[in-house]
Design a protein around this ligand. Sequence first.
Ligand SMILES: O=C(O)CCC(=O)C(=O)O
Ligand SMILES: [Fe+2]
Length: 254
Amino acid sequence: MITEADRTLQDFDRDGYTIFRNVIDPALIAEASAHVDWLHARYPDRLGEDLATELVAGDPFWVRLVGDDRLLDIAELFLGPDLALFASHYISKPPFSGKAVLWHQDGAYWPLEPMRVITLWLAVDESTPENGCVRVIPGSHKDDLHELRTRDDVDNVLGSESAVAVDESAAVDLVLSPGDVEVHHPNILHASTANTSPRRRCGLTIRYIPTSTRITSEQQPFTSALLLRGQPGVNVYQPFPQYVPGEHMPFAGA
Ligand SMILES: O=C(O)CCC(=O)C(=O)O
Ligand SMILES: [Fe+2]
């Protein structure tokens, strides 16, 4: 018998991405949205595209969110039962000014060995072509990792892109509603345009690894390495943060 999960994995093997609808409930998405506002107030110098990984392990709400069982159950389908966080990053593009993300493969940036890792991209806002949703080239995950080249001639989040010609006519726009999750492979070519609309476009990237994938960064434990489920495997991890009223964002169950 072919189950729903088998079909999802087959889609992912063929296309390099797949979408899960309505994973996270509106109450928790509202907290994630408030978290982005709270982070902006707490770190006023950071851009919305840069609410990043080094803030995660000291932030009880962030850890609660990436450790949510609904997200880990999805990660487990792809990676098995022993799961860690490698990195997580809100990419919140403000109205009218949000920057583009140029075509890239995530794995080209990451200190992981082997490159066994998936991204869950959790939609916090509606995400459409108008406000700069993620776009992918289906099947491009079958290529090896390309070299990177620097790009500072256009305003963009990464400052670089894959050094490869991309046939944009093959791109698929990932239109998502708040609470939906898009899963993508570390080798898939993906991008997003600038936000020229009046609506914010916020998503939370969550990079999960099986604990058999080694984080080879010099910094140990890596800034956002957290053991989330099962056995610790080959890495060392950050301790879980304790909630301190007044220091951290209050949230349900804090
Ligand atoms: O949110 C975006 O626009 C880009 C996301 C991305 O590159 C990723 O999740 O790896
Ligand atoms: Fe990416």
